[in-house]
Ligand binder design. Structure first.
Ligand code: MG
Length: 255
C-alpha cells in the first residue's frame, strides 16, 4: 500500500493553545517507520510552514499551503508567486474597498490576526491567495466581478480570502496522483477541511472544543469518516493509531 496522510495544523496536529504536537509523536513515529509521507495541509504560507516542516523531518514531501491554493515544495529555491501577483494586479485594477495583506504592513497584519510580528511578516509572504478585510457595501457585486477574472472569494472567520479557486481537496488529489498514493487519510477540525476529509479514503474530524462543531457527514454512516473524542494532537494520535492498526490487521503493509 502506498499511503499518504494529509493533516491540517492548528487545532488538528497542533494544540489549539500551545501549538505543541507532542501527544501525536507515537503515531508520527509509526508513520515514519512505515515510510508513509505526512503532507501538511494548512491555511499558512510556505514561509510560515517551512520551519515546522523541517522540524518534523518531512524531507522532500510537499505541503499544501494557503488553504489548497498552492503547494510548498521544499527542494525549490524560490517559491513561484506569479498567481499572487496576478491576483494583486486584478485587485489594483478594481480599486475596490478590500484591504488585503498585500496592502497592510507587518504590524497591521499582526494586529488584525493576533500573530506575533515575526509570524505576521511570514504570513505576508504569499504566493497563491490574498486574505483581507472587505469594507464595502456590495460584496456580491465584488465577488461577481472577481469571478469574471477566475477569482473565488471565500469568507472565513475574519477574512475574505481570494484565490484562483483551489481547495485543500483539489491539492490532495494532485499530490496523491503525483506521489502515486492508493490510500489517503486526511485529518482536520474546521469547515475548510471538510472537502479534503470527504475526498480522502479515510477522513478524521478532530474534535474542536473552540468551534461550533462540524455537521454530520455522509461518510460517518458508511465508516469512511470518523470523529475523535479528544481534541488536537491527542485526538490525532488516537485516530491515526486506530486506522494504522486496522490497516495493519488487513495486511495492508505486508511485503
Ligand atoms: Mg484547523
Amino acid at each position: 500500500m502506498r499511503l499518504l496522510v494529509f493533516s491540517d495544523l492548528d487545532g488538528t496536529l497542533l494544540d489549539h493553545q500551545t501549538y505543541s504536537y507532542d501527544p501525536a509523536r507515537p503515531a508520527l513515529d509509526r508513520l515514519k517507520r512505515l515510510g508513509s509521507p505526512l503532507i501538511l495541509s494548512t491555511s499558512k504560507t510556505a514561509a510560515e510552514v517551512a520551519p515546522l516542516h523541517a522540524e518534523l523531518g518531512l524531507g522532500d514531501a510537499p505541503a499544501i499551503v494557503e488553504n489548497g491554493a498552492g503547494l510548498y515544495r521544499p527542494g525549490e529555491a524560490a517559491q513561484d508567486d506569479s498567481a499572487y501577483r496576478r491576483l494583486r494586479a486584478v485587485l489594483a485594477d478594481l480599486n475596490a474597498p478590500f484591504r488585503g495583506f498585500g496592502d497592510m504592513t507587518d504590524a497591521e497584519v499582526a494586529e488584525v490576526t493576533g500573530l506575533p510580528l515575526a509570524r505576521a511578516a511570514l504570513a505576508r509572504q504569499r504566493c497563491f491567495s490574498e486574505p483581507g478585510l472587505w469594507r464595502g457595501d456590495d460584496l456580491d457585486a465584488f465577488t461577481d466581478t472577481l469571478s469574471d477574472h477566475g477569482i473565488t472569494a471565500r469568507q472565513g472567520g475574519r477574512f475574505l480570502t481570494l484565490s484562483f479557486g483551489r481547495t485543500k481537496a483539489d491539492a490532495l488529489r494532485e499530490v496523491a496522483q503525483d506521489m502515486r498514493a492508493d490510500t489517503t487519510i486526511a485529518l482536520g477540525d474546521a469547515p475548510n477541511d471538510l472537502e479534503m476529509l470527504n475526498t480522502a479514503t479515510y477522513g478524521v474530524i478532530i474534535r474542536n472544543a473552540h468551534g461550533p462543531g462540524l455537521p454530520t457527514q455522509p461518510g460517518e454512516a458508511t465508516g469512511t469518516i470518523r470523529r475523535t473524542q479528544a481534541p488536537g494532537p491527542t485526538g490525532w494520535n488516537a485516530a491515526m493509531t486506530d486506522i494504522l492498526t486496522e490497516l495493519t490487521e488487513k495486511g495492508a503493509f505486508d511485503g
